[in-house]
Design a protein around this ligand. Structure first.
Ligand SMILES: *[C@@H]1O[C@H](CO)[C@@H](O)[C@H](O)[C@H]1NC(C)=O
Ligand SMILES: *[C@@H]1O[C@H](CO)[C@@H](O)[C@H](O)[C@H]1NC(C)=O
Ligand SMILES: *[C@@H]1O[C@H](CO)[C@@H](O)[C@H](O)[C@H]1NC(C)=O
Length: 358
């Protein structure tokens, strides 16, 4: 099997799901005081605005040897480079600039793993490029397929003994091939034994696609996706509660990564994708508010009794309608789901670094 196949399947899946994803954005607000979500930081780094900064981008993506064609926007001819020039400015403090040496030195001997769908892959790629720009040593690389859609790729920096790993699994919970089609087991999570050995794990899942969903012994065709998402996340949350030693393993969850296929969300009702977007939304407000899936995620995170940090990137990413590959990627489809590297995921990693190295 090729590592790329799962990714393409995912892109198609995400595009098919667009009609219901458009329903996913709603108004409303949930008061939240999740354990660990901002109290280890001096300020809420997730609140702020995008500012032009001529010293950006943080690295030249053409010099990054690990960049996949799905995210290599400059390599595939994106003409306007303005999207590389924005720095996230939290309203109450400054976000430290990413420094690969400090990152690897602070995490010496540790393993950090991104577990989730292709958006996890996106963030992992950005982290590899960020590290490469200040620590150009060649990592040891191993790839390990588990089955058709699940695989693990491990980059280890020998001088620091740090492993930066991606564990690609679309749903966190299990998916198995059965006679009737792919069945998603919302109440089962087999791969956790590998995850809980890590020092730091960043989970993420949202771009769902499947044929059948199984809960207990019942197979349901086409249950409410938001309800399925809640059930799947709850299985994961129970696993954290019962299985993960958070003294040893620091657990983070990446907030919902937004898509830009519905211009009505950002007051451009004519736009049906991100193709013409060259500017972020300046200022602190995304017109349509937060997506419903984030409220589901926050609800489930509240049921976890152990410290779990929400890497709350949803809102700051919503403002970046300009930061997707659109058609500038290796498969020439319109992609307003993933993000260019260099680009927005570098900011996610600066936030991650601020959390795990503090
Ligand atoms: C990643 O690779 C390093 C170096 O080979 C190894 O020590 C570590 O166990 C690997 N991690 C996983 C999760 O396979
Ligand atoms: C993008 O802009 C071009 C030229 O201004 C226009 O023809 C096209 O319809 C726009 N596309 C979208 C999706 O808005
Ligand atoms: C995440 O960010 C959103 C938007 O800024 C905010 O409304 C929400 O309360 C935050 N969630 C947590 C758990 O801090």
């Amino acid at each position: 099997m090729s590592v790329g196949m799962g990714f393409y399947g995912l892109i198609l899946g995400a595009i098919c799901l667009c009609p219901w994803l458009c329903l996913a954005s709603g108004e409303g607000h949930v008061e939240s005081n999740l354990k660990g979500s901002s109290n280890e930081m001096a300020c809420n780094m997730y609140e702020g605005e995008w500012m032009l900064d001529s010293s950006y981008p943080l690295y030249d993506s053409s010099a990054c040897p690990h960049i996949r064609k799905e995210f290599d926007c400059l390599g595939f001819g994106r003409p306007a480079r303005q999207y590389l020039k924005y720095r996230w400015q939290p309203s109450q403090c400054n976000l430290p600039r990413f420094d690969g040496k400090t990152f690897l030195t602070t995490l010496k001997g540790k393993q950090i793993m991104f577990v989730g769908d292709s958006v996890s892959l996106n963030q992992w790629q950005s982290l590899l490029c960020l590290i490469h720009s200040s620590v150009p040593e060649q990592p040891l690389i191993s790839e390990q397929p588990m089955d058709q859609t699940v695989y693990m790729t491990n980059h280890t920096y020998p001088s620091y003994g740090v492993s930066v790993i991606v564990f690609h699994t679309t749903y966190l919970v299990d998916i198995v091939q059965e006679k009737i089609g792919r069945v998603l087991k919302l109440d089962s999570l087999q791969n956790g034994r590998i995850w809980k050995e890590m020092d730091i794990v960043v989970f993420n899942t949202w771009l769902w696609w499947w044929d059948y969903v199984q809960v207990g012994n019942k197979i349901l065709k086409d249950m409410d996706r938001m309800e399925a998402f809640r059930l799947g996340l709850t299985t994961w949350a129970n696993w954290v509660n019962t299985e993960v030693d958070t003294q040893k393993t620091q657990v983070l969850f990446q907030g919902i990564s937004p898509m830009h296929y519905h211009g009505i969300e950002w007051n451009e009702p004519e736009a049906t994708n991100c193709a013409n977007e060259t500017q972020p939304i300046m200022g602190p407000t995304y017109p349509s508010g937060l997506p419903r899936a984030l409220f589901v995620l926050e609800d489930v995170l509240k049921t976890i009794t152990k410290p779990v940090h929400l890497l709350n990137i949803t809102h700051l990413s919503q403002l970046r309608k300009d930061a997707h590959p659109s058609s500038y990627n290796g498969f020439r489809g319109m992609d307003c789901t993933h993000w260019c590297v260099a680009g927005l995921p570098d900011t996610w990693n600066m936030l991650l670094s601020a959390v795990v190295t503090s």
